[in-house]
Write a protein that binds this ligand. Sequence first.
Ligand SMILES: [Mn+2]
Length: 288
Amino acid sequence: MSAPAARFLDTEVPELPPEQARFHVLPVPYEKTVSYGHGTALGPGAIIAASGQLERFDGASDPGAEGIYTWPAVDCSGAPQRVIDDIAAAVRRILALGKLPVVLGGEHTVTWGVVKGYLEAGVKDFGVVQIDAHADLREAYRGDRYSHASVMRRVVEAGVALVQLGNRAYCEEERDARRKHGVLAHDAIQIVPGGVSRITLPQGFPENVFFTLDVDGMDPSVLPATGTPVPGGLGWYQTLGLFESVARQRRIIGFDIMEFAPIAGLHAFDFTAALLAYKMMGIVQRCG
Ligand SMILES: [Mn+2]
């Protein structure tokens, strides 16, 4: 096997200095608290390797024309808090350049580091929109406050507004946490059977949105390569449609794709995750 590509879409997009690229891909191969299937540490590398097979024209536009810069992967070998601080610092560097972070996980815990980066950079007036099978709103999971099952609890406790899409596995504690923190949710049962691919954000929702996509929000028939798959999830076009409907209502200031865990020998899913990342860049490009 040849060495994995170090740059997203290196076959089609020229290498640019970071100042000249709008999309800044940040690989974060973090895997510490996964609770079921393993392998998300291999996610970013597999997505970047598969991105070499993408067409630059995404069917509607050419996100590659905006420039794509890929950072070296964040070192995830240290203690969780240390790694979270390093993720936040990496995001701050991207924001200091005025660029748009595209973070590839790694387990969903990473998103707390990312959100922390925005907060530390002084970004105000932003909310988070999350696609996920799970609510991730537990105070702690197995005693760990930095579990991937608690990541959105850290986000709302930091005072960041949250909208959840496609949830279909959560406990009563999480249902109560939604109420306590004013989290709005469109659960899978409300949007999947009817194929809803457009939602309206609440009127007071912040003007800027960081979008976090846990790939288990999608149906396992589309993307089963994740640690905790749950049936009854979003379809391919539905996922992209929901992202686009948010991008049309608010300014996307960054997004992430989390919990992708490649399945050896089934490269179709590596490509699916890479295409998802690129299609989302295209939607950002076309929506402003
Ligand atoms: Mn999650």
